[in-house]
Design a protein around this ligand. Structure first.
Ligand SMILES: *Cc1c(COP(=O)(O)O)cnc(C)c1O
Length: 369
């Protein structure tokens, strides 16, 4: 018999539920000529004429409006983090009691989940993907039943991270499988859609109407070309969004970052054009790589990078490329990514330069394909 799910409040840490959040001097965005003598700020902006002397809007009101307008995500369901990395950390802090609760990862996946778990002293369990990086559904069902054995009192698996499209494998998971896990998992499911802009697959945002134990993460760091500004987006149910606001640093996103994010979102059509270009280039680079003798396998990708399994020594490959001032990522020490490197897709010129260098490496490679 299926156990009833815990409510979101039951899943939250008791100290976090009891929290009286810090109330900043100006919790409302004030768009007026008001004389601001409430926050001990300086009256003068020495570095520009743009309000650098003022604290930024802690609620990111204008940015959320812009996100609603451009990305069609309801402003009321959004929380903005200093990168999705902050949001991942906050979810651990909101739900996982250190040394007691756990998190479930679908591996191999984004390394940050494990790092933030460790920082918060939260243990992780892994459900390993199949060799082709798809989910073994029987195993996933079994793992879900296995990890659903705790209670908030005794400690339990509170978070399940699903990165789709997945980093570093590049594939995405069917929405039905994601829904199955949101359904079966007793805690909160976090679907990290950092690379969704490069994929044709449907977003898990659609499931938010049906489930309150779901958080979808987006970022402006990849397809939106704004990694420097550190803007991550969480879309979730009211209780979770409210708690993220209670727990985050009041001024977690600088005014400059909020402005840059809005300007980027205004540039939607230009960004869209480049997404198409990157997708085309991804397919071109993938085809070219497959021709090299030293390349064993190029995994299909729905992101802006390729995972490539090589027959030569990955460390040597990285070094040879480094000598040509080209940097790629070694993933061969990640379980399930044996002998593999991850290569980001650049501009046409960048990709030409990479392929030229790899051509030389291939010429010198004397192994068998
Ligand atoms: C790059 C990446 C992010 C983005 O993190 P930010 O902190 O928003 O820059 C999030 N998730 C995954 C899986 C990533 O690869």
């Amino acid at each position: 018999m299926k156990k009833e799910k815990f409510t979101i409040k039951e899943l939250m840490r008791p100290n976090i539920l009891k929290l009286v959040p810090y109330s900043s001097a100006r919790s409302e965005y004030i768009d007026s000529d008001a004389l601001l003598l409430d926050a001990n700020e300086h009256y003068r902006d020495f570095v520009g004429n743009d309000g650098r002397n003022r604290y930024p809007d802690p609620q990111h009101t204008l940015l959320k409006k812009k996100i609603e307008e451009v990305l069609k995500l309801p402003a009321k369901k959004l929380a903005i983090g200093s990168g999705s990395d902050e949001l991942i950390d906050l979810l651990f802090r909101i739900f996982c009691t250190p040394k007691k609760d756990k998190a479930l990862l679908i591996s191999p996946t984004y390394g940050a989940y494990e790092v933030f778990a460790a920082i918060n002293d939260v243990a992780v369990s892994h459900c390993q993907l199949k060799g082709d990086f798809t989910i073994d559904l029987n195993k996933m069902e079994a793992v879900c039943s296995l990890v659903n054995n705790g209670t908030p009192e005794s400690g339990m698996h509170k978070l399940l991270f699903i990165c789709s499209p997945n980093n570093p494998s590049g594939n995405s998971f069917p929405l039905e499988q994601i829904e199955m896990m949101v359904n079966r998992f007793q805690g909160v499911v976090v679907v990290d859609e950092a690379y969704i802009d490069f994929s044709k697959k449907e977003s898990a945002v659609k499931l938010l109407d049906k489930y309150d134990n779901l958080v979808v993460l987006r970022t402006l760091s990849k397809a939106w070309a704004l990694a420097d500004a550190r803007v991550g987006i969480a879309i979730s149910s009211d209780e979770i969004i409210k708690m993220i606001h209670n727990v985050k640093y009041p001024y977690n996103l600088s005014g400059i970052s909020q402005q840059l994010a809005m300007a980027t979102l205004d540039n939607y059509s230009e960004v869209q054009k480049h997404i198409e270009l990157i997708v085309q280039q991804r397919e071109r680079v993938a085809s070219a790589l497959k021709e090299f003798k030293f390349v064993d396998k190029v995994y299909p990708s729905e992101a802006n990078f390729l995972l490539v399994r090589v027959l030569n020594d990955p460390v040597q490959l990285l070094q040879t490329l480094r000598d040509e001032k080209i940097i790629i990522r070694n993933r061969s020490n990640t379980r399930g990514c044996y002998q593999s490197v991850r290569i980001s897709i650049g501009s046409v010129e960048d990709n030409n330069r990479l392929l030229d260098a790899l051509k030389r490496i291939d010429r010198d490679y004397d192994g068998e394909k």
